[in-house]
Design a protein around this ligand. Structure first.
Ligand code: PNS
Length: 161
């Protein structure tokens, strides 16, 4: 059974993330979405909120699980008995960082490989950070997020105002 680990901050989950998870779930026997708890990026949503939001939009996929994790990604992969890390590649700008991440992970855990899925062209420009910035200035984020996620982001931003 092939188990993929799809790690990230998911702060918040975007339609681009959802697209990768859905496509990955068709290729792999099981997908574990790993939500990073201790994030140096100071997330807008707590890890519990991010897990709940992910469950709301991908909970219908029978072979997908959502877990939070702390510490090194490769330790999480080992703990889950994962076969491969999956990451989305949006554009050439992602490549350098993703290469660095995957090569470093291979040095510290040689048995852990990384596979890349190219992001759907519709979402190739999309990032959680940009969505948060648009929301911060009360812009329209409905094209980037599931309606329930967009509502949660707006509510969170209203609470910060
Ligand atoms: O969604 P993101 O923020 O691009 O995801 C980045 C993530 C979570 C994959 C990366 O920060 C990560 O793996 N963090 C865990 C800590 C770790 O293993 N660091 C060493 C990797 S080189």
């Amino acid at each position: 059974m092939a188990v993929a680990i799809y790690p990230g901050s998911f702060d918040p989950v975007t339609l681009g993330h959802q697209d990768i998870i859905e496509r990955c779930s068709k290729i792999m026997d099981k997908v574990i979405v790993g939500v990073l708890r201790n994030n140096s990026k100071s997330p807008l949503f707590s890890v519990e909120e991010r897990v709940t939001m992910l469950s709301g939009v991908i909970g219908h996929l029978p072979n997908v699980e959502i877990q939070s994790f702390d510490g090194l990604l490769v330790d999480f992969v080992r703990q889950c008995r994962g076969d491969v890390i999956v990451r989305g590649l949006r554009a050439i700008t992602d490549f350098e960082y993703e290469l660095q991440l995957s090569q470093t992970n291979r040095v510290i855990a040689p048995e852990v490989d990384t596979m890349f899925l190219t992001t759907n062209l519709k979402y190739s420009y999309l990032s959680s950070s940009i969505v948060k910035e648009i929301a911060m200035y009360h812009g329209d984020i409905s094209a980037f997020l599931h309606p329930d996620i967009a509502r949660r982001v707006r509510e969170k931003m209203d609470g910060i105002d």
